[in-house]
Write a new protein. Structure first.
Length: 125
């Protein structure tokens, strides 16, 4: 299977952001994943067959801050890529983790501070 790359933008209010993106730019909501409090934590939106993700902004002072935007790449073997990233000196900002929604993933910063997330979850499918 080939990689799927999805931009993920972060907002403090996902409901408002989703409503705005739908009203202003014509996105359609594909799926909304909710946290234990019932509030959305990640929403997939589509536009003409393309998928983006929106997620919650990190709380101030959080050690896991992906910034305003990150790139998510769906891959088949995150363990091998994690080992490669660590071996190359990448700054891992989220350790290799089995997520409750079934994905195995990690996140790392590149040389300019951009965050790249890699996992087995495939948005839009």
């Amino acid at each position: 299977m080939t990689a799927t790359i999805t931009p993920v933008l972060h907002y403090s209010d996902l409901t408002k952001a989703s409503e705005f993106l739908q009203a202003a730019f014509g996105f359609d909501e594909r799926v909304a994943h909710k946290g234990p409090d019932g509030e959305p934590v990640y929403v997939e939106l589509t536009l003409d067959g393309c998928t983006i993700g929106i997620g919650r902004s990190a709380e101030p002072g959080s050690p896991f801050d992906l910034g305003p935007c990150a790139v998510y790449a769906a891959i088949d073997d995150p363990d091998a890529l994690h080992a490669r990233a660590v071996g190359s000196g990448a700054e891992v900002v989220m350790a290799l983790t089995d997520q409750e929604y079934g994905s195995r993933e990690f996140a790392a910063r590149d040389l300019e501070g951009n965050v790249w997330c890699f996992g087995t979850y495939r948005p839009g499918r």
